[in-house]
Design a protein around this ligand. Structure first.
Ligand SMILES: [Zn+2]
Length: 359
């Protein structure tokens, strides 16, 4: 009997076990690698474009998480620092077999690799229902910018409570037959303003009709009064392309790259920056809160994919993400997984434009 390692359960339910060596089914396996049992279907790595996208996200994510770790430590938040390390390690060690890779996803909010998966899942889940809405509108609701120390208070008491009160009010009205039912999907986002050193929490909400959009805007202004929100900063526009707008609002809580002079993207003469300490403040403030959520309606029953079977890999290779190579490498053969080469602009940004100080 061969020895086997205890099964290791990852956050996504993947189990790696070094299986007992079979007697007749591993004639093709390299002599030094025992058969490997994995759960799940793995990730298809046959599309070079997708692979390059993943390599780019991994590169940005890993560069960013190092600075987030520093920001968290500086704030004495070691629990959060651990989470950032999880993002740093996400998908770093992979098993490659038959055009698929198997490995752990960290599933943290600040991981760009996992964010892409989350986006895809949410689109699949929501698009069939939202596409049926006849006159969808996108509403943006803001409050006045706040300082870092007040960010959490404003998120809880301002954004979340404010929206809940409006919903409750209209739930009652709807019950009495005096209003339409409020429904939609909402996404809480917060960006950093490096000029004023402030934060601007806001909601992006997609609703099925203009009437709902107008109600939300009116009630938000009524609730917040001019003291706490600029009336001109609440926007309503028609949704032209539902998929594009849905992707747009399923962000992970904040922009990563910010223009230091706050001039519109692409129009600024100064290259964008990543403000790591500010992002850390935002991630901490958003912790424990659902960033993307629906209200007032149920989704069509999702067609669940068949449960992934456990499988035994006989031929496989181990590949490792190498921060210097910026790719996954098989150190036995020297082969890389994606062949991704970052653009010089991105390399420049990641090397020179990550700022961990709150200026
Ligand atoms: Zn991840």
């Amino acid at each position: 009997m061969g020895s086997s390692l205890a099964p290791k359960q990852s956050s996504e339910g993947l189990i790696y076990t070094l299986a007992q060596r079979g007697t007749d089914n591993n004639i093709f396996s390299p002599p030094h690698l025992p058969n490997l049992v994995v759960n799940g279907n793995g990730t298809d790595v046959s599309d070079p474009k997708k692979l390059h996208g993943k390599a780019k996200r991994k590169l940005i994510s890993q560069s960013l998480s190092r600075y987030l770790v520093d920001a968290a430590k500086e704030a004495g938040n070691y629990e959060q620092a651990k989470q950032y390390w999880n993002a740093w390690h996400c998908q770093s060690n992979l098993i490659k077999s038959n055009g698929r890779t198997f490995g752990n996803y960290c599933k943290t909010r600040f991981c760009l690799v996992c964010q892409a998966n989350r986006k895809a899942t949410l689109i699949k889940k929501y698009l069939p229902t939202l596409s049926q809405w006849e006159d969808p509108h996108l509403v943006t609701l803001t409050i006045k910018t706040v300082s870092a120390s007040k960010l959490n208070k404003w998120k809880e008491e301002g954004m979340i409570r404010g929206f809940k009160l409006i919903r409750d009010k209209y739930r009652q009205r709807h019950k009495r037959g005096k209003s339409i039912k409020l429904m939609g999907v909402k996404s809480l986002e917060c960006n950093y303003n490096p000029v004023k050193k402030t934060y601007n929490p806001h909601y992006h909400i997609i609703v099925p009709n203009r009437e709902t959009a107008l109600i939300l805007k009116k009630e938000w202004q009524l609730y917040w009064t001019k003291e706490h929100t600029y009336h001109g900063a609440q926007h309503i526009r028609k949704v032209g392309n539902m998929e594009r707008d849905l992707i747009e609002i399923i962000k992970y809580g904040s922009k990563i790259f910010t223009e230091p002079d706050m001039v519109k993207k692409g129009k600024s003469k100064i290259p964008p920056k990543i403000y790591a300490a500010a992002l850390h403040n935002i991630f901490v403030a958003m912790k424990g809160h659902r960033i993307f959520d629906k209200f007032g309606f149920e989704l069509e029953k999702p067609k669940l994919p068949p449960k992934a079977e456990q499988q035994t890999l006989v031929n496989y290779e181990q590949i490792f993400y190498d921060s210097m190579v910026k790719d996954w490498v098989n150190y036995d053969t020297g082969e890389v997984l994606t062949g991704y080469v970052p653009k010089p602009e991105l390399e420049y940004l990641l090397r020179n434009r990550i700022d961990k100080e709150l200026q």
